[in-house]
Design a protein around this ligand. Structure first.
Ligand SMILES: Nc1nc2c(c(=O)[nH]1)N[C@H]1C(S)=C(S)[C@@H](COP(=O)(O)OP(=O)(O)OC[C@H]3O[C@@H](n4cnc5c(=O)[nH]c(N)nc54)[C@H](O)[C@@H]3O)O[C@H]1N2
Ligand SMILES: Nc1nc2c(c(=O)[nH]1)N[C@H]1C(S)=C(S)[C@@H](COP(=O)(O)OP(=O)(O)OC[C@H]3O[C@@H](n4cnc5c(=O)[nH]c(N)nc54)[C@H](O)[C@@H]3O)O[C@H]1N2
Ligand code: SF4
Ligand SMILES: [Mo]
Length: 726
């Protein structure tokens, strides 16, 4: 008898939008993936990437067995042997050189993986090393620090009430390409249009007229990296024009009005030239924002990964507070998640220790990843001799990736938890490949906390798990138990964890959570019975309950944040400003995202790469250098011509794409490309290799307050290549 098709209601975990999907399978084959119209949160929305989940599952180049590197290349080995070898090697190196000799880097996909989030920590605890790194410090680290300081918990991040607002100001985000970040929001286009339909405004501040700017009311070009000045001037204007509306919030944020003294020197007139937006425009933006019934200002990726990323995000928060748009409908609020992980996770320790070579501050147990290569290459006590890289590709995604690539070569031992041989995992002695997203149980323990509406959804694995496969959590728990055993530690408690599984932990959180009783009665069982997920209502004002500080007050932490102001003065206004050292030929490098790409991966997915034409060198239109026609004329560059782009740390050769959408003086190159390193398993990605923009970004240039990477506003020069590549 022929097997019947089965329908599953699952969730796409590729980006933060949490779209519900309807997956049709026959036996162990995925037949199709479509939007789940009955999902109350995403209402049928999917982007083209959802289909990549099928390609990922089908990809013959995806690893399905652990691999060991030999002189003749990688060969498959058993799970037992792989896990035993990794544990023994790591233990041996720690025994000989100390715990810090083992480093760990965790990439972005872990945030979308319930098992990694909940059980990964057993592995780091077993290793007990200071040398922990992640993609956080090439991304959202400023948000965590702002929340830690102001609200007492790194994960307590306010979210914009997009469905009820009358004015949405977007600084350094392009949700039409990214589908939103630290704002879990499917159907972003529909929601942006709805704001405008109800008479509201969407305003984008971006050095590029992005896809989002294209469908917004206003767009202002801004000079990359100058957002801090814009925000200082906007907050200044609130006080100067008597627009502050904070009476209600003062009960929760008693020091809020003291901000005035700090922003006094930053009039719109003073900053306009450095920002590239006129003082009149700045003042108009502020008065329109204040005149709206409700409004919020949202700063994301583009505003975080710049020289003053942390101070910028802090000032954005102050701006929302001072305009009366914090903790209210249509403004910014905290979420009310069904499985509240915050009481169970670290609030974010800071100021306790710093990195060995460059003294960069650790936050929440991690060093900034900009320190990773020097910690591998600089001899001395605490030098990294072995690395574990889990679900990340730092050779392509972190600053000065080329240098990191070289540094990895000198390690004594590398293990990777990844299902591909990538530009990074090719360095591994052993690769431990987990199953793909749809093959594991999923409850989103991260992004429900950042969603524009409260909801809950459990997505069981599509198939029963075959004996010879492992999920990420099984890999991490297996390693942790082995390492603890080798260290002579008690391991009895592991039996309970194996039995409980991450989903059991989620069930406990749901059953002790705010929707455990009453109408919703939320537990994994009730969610199993409602496979499309359930709606739990709009965000609610929640002060002072949401504050984690003992006194239940929002802290201004002036000593911490405003200590950065002298650096702002030096950077923008002093004679020794690095900006003065630039010539007329210096351009500001920024990044961008494409709807059919996801950081460094999905370039091996036939569905995502369909129609992309690359030349023999793998140069392709998605990985182009966008420049303004005026700049092109200055440097005698034609559309489609090959150019060199040079920074302090490196040079790439890339196709120029002329567009008026980019601000003059700015050049945009997307990240995640550069699949031209020998030895990866990505043959399709290799054909469309592109070049890695992180061969240009500079590991020595940081947001000094946090140690976060500077990916936007990197100074580069360009030149036309005389003999174009074929
Ligand atoms: N210049 C520049 N650089 C950037 C950015 C930028 O805008 N500009 N963006 C930055 C940002 S925001 C981020 S988050 C980082 C991302 O940086 P990383 O996290 O380092 O890179 P990814 O490409 O997300 O890594 C994906 C890897 O994880 C593997 N993987 C996928 N799913 C799973 C899984 O379920 N389990 C496991 N174990 N592995 C899996 C993939 O095969 C791939 O090798 O890049 C940053 N780098
Ligand atoms: N399709 C797709 N979706 C993704 C991802 C992906 O790789 N592809 N990655 C996911 C991840 S890990 C993340 S973190 C999110 C990020 O999601 P977003 O935060 O929306 O990030 P981007 O789409 O990179 O948009 C950043 C914008 O900032 C602008 N920008 C650059 N420099 C500056 C500056 O100095 N000032 C200002 N004001 N703007 C600037 C850029 O031009 C760009 O339009 O996207 C997620 N979603
Ligand atoms: S927007 Fe696209 S990638 Fe993001 S969750 Fe939805 S379908 Fe997946
Ligand atoms: Mo990210």
């Amino acid at each position: 008898m022929q097997a019947q098709p089965q329908k599953h209601f699952s969730t796409c975990t590729l980006c933060e939008a949490m779209c519900g999907i309807e997956v049709t399978t026959v036996e162990r084959e995925i037949i199709s993936i479509a939007g789940d119209k009955k999902n109350p949160f995403s209402e049928g929305h999917v982007c083209p990437k959802a289909a990549a989940l099928k390609d990922l599952y089908d990809d013959p180049q995806r690893l399905r067995q652990p691999m060991r590197k030999t002189a003749a290349g990688f060969e498959p080995i058993s799970w037992e042997e792989a896990l035993d070898t990794v544990a023994e090697k790591l233990h041996g190196i720690q025994h000989e050189h100390g715990n810090d000799a083992v480093g760990v880097y965790l990439g972005n996909p872990n945030a979308h993986n319930m098992g990694s989030i909940l059980f990964g920590p057993y592995f780091y605890r077993a290793l007990n090393t200071h040398n922990r790194y992640s993609a956080t410090s090439v991304d959202q680290l400023p948000h965590h620090i702002v929340s830690r300081q102001m609200f007492g918990h790194q994960l307590q991040i306010p979210i914009g009430d997009i469905d009820n607002t009358d004015y949405f100001m977007i600084i350094g985000g392009n949700p039409l390409a990214s589908n939103g970040s630290i704002m879990t929001v499917p159907h972003i286009k529909r929601r942006l249009k709805a704001i405008q339909k109800r008479g509201g405004k969407v305003v984008v501040i971006d050095p590029k007229k992005s896809e989002t700017a294209d469908i917004s009311c206003d767009h202002h070009f801004i000079k990359p990296g100058s957002d801090v000045l814009l925000m200082l001037a906007m907050v200044h204007t609130l006080f100067a024009k008597g627009l502050v509306d904070a009476a209600e919030l003062l009960a929760h944020a008693p020091d809020l009005l003291q901000v005035e003294a700090y922003v006094k020197p930053y009039s719109p007139e003073r900053v306009a030239k450095r920002v590239g937006i006129s003082s009149e425009e700045i003042e108009t933006m502020v008065s329109e924002f204040c005149a709206a019934n409700s409004a919020f200002c949202y700063g994301r990726m583009g505003a975080s990964v710049q020289v003053f990323g942390t101070l910028t995000q802090y000032l954005i928060m102050l701006f929302n507070m001072l305009t009366g748009n914090f903790n209210r409908r249509g403004g910014m609020m905290f979420t009310q998640p069904a499985a509240d992980t915050l009481p169970h996770s670290g609030r974010g320790t800071m100021g306790k220790y710093s990195s060995r070579v460059r003294n960069l501050p650790a936050f929440a147990g991690e060093y900034p990843v900009a320190a990773l290569s020097e910690e591998i290459t600089t001899p001395g006590e605490g030098q990294i001799k072995a690395m574990v890289i889990g679900g990340g590709n730092p050779v392509l995604t972190t600053t000065n990736g080329k240098q990191l690539d070289k540094a990895f070569e000198q390690l004594e031992f590398v293990a990777a938890v990844d299902f591909y041989i990538t530009e990074t995992s090719r360095h591994a002695d052993i690769i431990l490949p987990p199953v793909t997203a749809l093959e594991r149980d999923h409850y989103d323990v991260v992004f429900h906390n950042f969603a524009v509406r409260n909801s809950a959804k459990f997505s069981p694995a599509l198939f029963s798990q075959p004996e010879d496969t492992k999920t990420d959590w099984q890999i991490y728990l297996g390693l942790a138990e082995r390492i603890d055993k080798l260290n002579g530690k008690a391991t009895e408690h592991y039996a309970k964890l194996w039995e409980k599984e991450p989903i059991g932990v989620v069930d406990d959180m749901l059953k002790s959570g705010r929707y455990a009783n009453g109408e919703h009665n939320v537990s994994i069982q009730t969610l199993r019975d409602q496979p499309h997920g359930i709606d739990l209502g709009p965000l609610q004002p929640e002060l002072p309950g949401a504050i984690y500080h003992d006194d239940k007050k929002i802290s201004m932490a002036f000593d911490y944040f405003m200590a950065d102001l002298p650096r702002v003065e030096q950077h923008f206004f002093s004679d020794s400003s690095p900006l003065n050292a630039r010539t007329a030929d210096t351009l500001d490098l920024i990044g961008r995202r494409h709807l059919k790409s996801n950081n460094s991966w999905l370039h091996n997915s036939p569905r995502m790469m369909k129609g992309v034409k690359s030349n023999q060198k793998g140069q392709n239109p998605r990985c182009s250098a966008q420049i303004h026609p005026d700049d092109a004329a200055r440097f005698n560059i034609q559309d489609g011509q090959f150019i060199t782009v040079t920074s302090r740390v490196g040079q790439v050769e890339i196709t120029a794409e002329l567009t008026e959408k980019i601000m003059p003086g700015v050049i945009s190159i997307p990240h995640g490309w550069g699949h031209n390193k020998a030895g990866s398993s990505w043959s399709l990605a290799e054909q469309h290799s592109g070049v890695s923009v992180n061969d240009l970004t500079d590991e020595m240039c940081l947001d000094e307050l946090s140690g976060n990477a500077v990916l936007n506003g990197v100074p580069v020069t360009i030149a036309a290549l005389e003999s174009p590549l074929e």
